[in-house]
Design a protein around this ligand. Structure first.
Ligand SMILES: Nc1ncnc2c1ncn2[C@@H]1O[C@H](COP(=O)(O)OP(=O)(O)OP(=O)(O)O)[C@@H](O)[C@H]1O
Length: 291
């Protein structure tokens, strides 16, 4: 579906030479969970993602942060293969984004919870588990994975409540539980903590770290709340469809001499504006919020 206009000289196809025997050095550098090069998306005649290049390392939490409208959801849709008009290279778990082989390996939670309001929490999970693991032989596996997913998102006490009677934050957590069902290698979560109280937000971030640390999954998590950046292993900072930074939070703060990621973000915005004006003088600190 993607990988339009790949330049073999600068951007080799990872699937084409994926035999480790052909190049033993590849063992030392595993294919990243996501590899993007010259990734561009045009929507309604407007360039929403502008020639992005980045890697998302495996087994870590990568935060995708930036103000509302900067292109986070568009990028996530491109990664899971549901975005139209994508050009450039976008490889996910070693395959072109959108490859049908990726479907069971990726969990995706959109901003709008996709749950059936007329089913209970457990019935929602049972339904999706039956699609994922059909047949009588998988009955115990289904039951265990449903129980674990409901527990993961702290909804055990609400398992028999109709989804339509849950709060917005609880319905979002049902969506997350559905995404966790198949123990995906890559979880793509679009603003999963919106509308949650601080305790639930903390618990969810703890869960994300468990999923990455204990289960070895890769998480790509978007947020426009900069304090969530501090909880990520790596950050992709975006603004107006471009990448401002691709770094670890500590390195980002050090590099910009900032106390927080939000301050670092503002520093980088000023730097980008100064560069655009063709001057090396940093502009005064912006007043706008990064949120
Ligand atoms: N159907 C469309 N046609 C044209 N432009 C669109 C369309 N949908 C979104 N856009 C534009 O694409 C840009 C990126 O939108 P996107 O939803 O990816 O941003 P976002 O960073 O996820 O925002 P938010 O944090 O508010 O969800 C925005 O400027 C938006 O106006």
């Amino acid at each position: 579906m993607m990988n339009y206009g790949r330049d073999p000289a600068t951007d080799p196809d990872p699937a084409a030479d994926s035999d480790p025997a052909a190049d033993p050095a590849r063992d030392a550098t595993p294919v990243p969970a996501v590899h993007a090069h010259d990734l561009t998306v045009v929507r309604g005649g407007h360039t929403v993602l502008d020639s992005l290049a980045f890697d998302v390392p495996r087994g870590q939490i990568t935060g995708l942060l930036g103000p509302s409208g900067c292109g986070k959801s568009t990028l996530m849709r491109a990664v899971v293969g549901t975005q139209a008009k994508v050009t450039g290279t976008l490889d996910v778990l070693g395959h072109p984004a959108g490859d049908p082989r990726l479907r069971p390996r990726i969990g995706y939670v959109t901003q709008d919870p996709s749950v059936y309001d007329d089913l209970t929490v457990r019935q929602n999970l049972d339904y999706f588990a039956a699609v994922l693991h059909p047949g009588r032989a998988a009955r115990a596996l289904r039951r265990d994975s449903v129980t674990r997913a409901i527990d993961d998102v702290d909804l055990t006490g609400h398992a028999d409540v109709l989804a339509g009677n849950l709060s917005g934050g609880q319905r979002s957590r049902v969506s997350l539980a559905v995404a966790l069902l198949g123990s995906p290698e890559l979880l793509v979560l679009d603003e999963p903590t919106v509308g949650l109280d601080p305790v639930l937000r903390r618990d969810l971030w703890n869960l994300f770290h468990t999923i990455a640390g204990d289960r070895g999954a890769t998480l790509l998590v978007s947020s426009h709340v900069m304090d969530e950046a501090e909880r990520c292993h790596r950050l992709l900072l975006m603004r107006e469809g471009r990448l401002l930074a691709d770094d670890a939070p500590d390195a980002l703060r050090d590099r910009t001499g900032s106390a927080t990621v939000e301050e670092a973000f503002l520093h980088l915005v000023d730097e980008a504006r100064a560069t655009a004006r063709g001057t090396r003088q940093p502009a005064p600190l912006a007043k706008e919020s990064a949120r």
